[in-house]
Each structure stands twice: as structure tokens, then as C-alpha cells.
Design a binder for this molecule. Structure first.
Ligand SMILES: [Zn+2]
Length: 218
């Protein structure tokens, strides 16, 4: 299989617990890990799962989780009044509501819950993927398209749990157990990918947050 992020050669491996075993592919070139296509949920199963695990905006812990991302990964990289795309906004878009309160103009897109199209022709001061990149089955194509939606000097802010630094820790890693999680990144595979579109690393906060700035020439 080819790596769905960079197109490099990817090798299959099994990750197992006592109860389950799933097949993944690890890219020998960039280190990206993909769940085997045969193990992916259907779109309908995926949507049902998002609704089942809906994050309640009234939940204090979830508000703090989103607020932390806004404070660290968005406000320092987007000027007041900037247009922001909330890509993968989910059933109840708390991130977009938070950004609107702060004076940003926010467009939403979600394949299940907000299948808008106008954003595809626009550019943005910032594109946010909050707990979304792990659901993207073809990240090479989708992230490349999103890179093109960022205006020169703008940024892309991503929150997704990075792979454990030791490969042997992958089997027991809780984040891969969610059947809707299909794509697993490292900071360096993302840096290499976005570097190809003229982006530079602007902020990295393990275990899950990374921001790239598009250079004026990007
Ligand atoms: Zn790769």
C-alpha cells in the first residue's frame, strides 16, 4: 500500500490487545500510520458514532479542552476579524461558537453535519482541524486542498493525538481503539507534508497540538 499522506511505501502490521487485532500500515518514508481500509467504518456507522459520542458544549471539561486549543493554537496566529474555517465542525460546533464570540468570522464544514461548499473557493487567515485529522482517510489529498485554502501569512492549526514515540507502545495506545480513528500522525510527518506547500512549523505542543504558518511565497 502507498502512504495516504505522502505516497511513500507503507508496510502492514497488526496491533493487538487480548480482545482485538487490527491491521495498520506504517509509511517507511514519513512514519504516518493508517488503519487498513478494510477495517474502516462506513460513513453511516461513522455518523452514528459521532452522535453517540457527541461532546456536550455545556460540559465544563470539554469547554476547557476547546478553550485551551483556541488560546494556544488559534489566537496567537489569527488577527481579530480574520476569517477562519472550522473544518470538521461536528454535530455541535463549540469551536466555531467560541471563535465567533471572539470576533472571528467562522465558516463551518463537516461531511456529516454541515456539508457546505462555499469554503472550497475561499481563503482563510486560519484553518482549524480540532480532533478531525485522525478521521481523514485520504489525508494527502484533503490536507493539500486545505493548504490551498490558507492565505499567504495565514496558518493551519491541528489538534490530533500524535503517535506514541515508541513503536511498541502503539498496541496498547488508547487513541487507536476508537474505530472512527483511521489516521495517526507524528509532528515530523506533518512538518514534512506542509513544508511541501510552503508552510513552516510555528507551534508544537505535544501530545496533540501543532500549528504551521504559510510563508508569503507558499
Ligand atoms: Zn508517508
Amino acid at each position: 500500500m502507498r502512504c495516504p499522506l505522502c505516497g511513500g511505501p507503507a508496510q502492514p502490521f497488526a496491533a493487538s490487545t487480548r480482545k482485538t487485532s487490527r491491521t495498520y500500515h506504517r509509511c517507511g518514508s514519513c512514519g504516518f500510520v493508517a488503519l487498513a481500509p478494510s477495517a474502516r467504518l462506513s460513513r453511516a456507522e461513522e455518523k452514528a458514532r459521532y452522535l453517540l459520542h457527541d461532546n456536550d458544549p455545556a460540559d465544563r471539561g470539554y469547554r476547557d479542552f476547546v478553550g485551551d486549543f483556541v488560546r494556544r493554537a488559534i489566537i496567537p496566529f489569527a488577527a481579530p476579524g480574520d476569517a477562519i474555517l472550522d473544518f470538521g465542525s461536528g454535530p455541535r460546533p463549540l469551536l466555531a461558537a467560541t471563535l465567533a464570540e471572539l470576533g472571528y468570522h467562522c465558516d463551518l464544514y463537516d461531511p456529516c453535519f454541515a456539508a457546505t461548499r462555499a469554503w472550497r473557493r475561499r481563503t482563510y487567515g486560519l484553518v482549524a482541524l480540532h480532533e478531525v485529522a485522525e478521521h481523514i482517510a485520504k489525508p494527502g489529498a484533503e490536507l493539500a486542498f486545505l493548504a490551498g485554502r490558507v492565505a499567504p501569512g495565514g496558518a493551519i492549526a491541528i489538534r490530533t493525538r500524535f503517535q506514541p514515540s515508541l513503536e511498541e507502545d502503539f498496541d496498547a495506545w488508547w487513541y487507536r481503539m476508537d474505530p472512527a480513528h483511521v489516521s495517526f500522525y507524528t509532528p515530523s510527518c506533518l512538518e514534512r507534508f506542509f513544508g511541501g506547500f510552503g508552510f513552516v512549523l510555528a507551534f508544537l505542543a505535544p501530545p496533540d497540538t501543532i500549528v504551521f504558518r504559510k510563508t508569503a511565497l507558499g
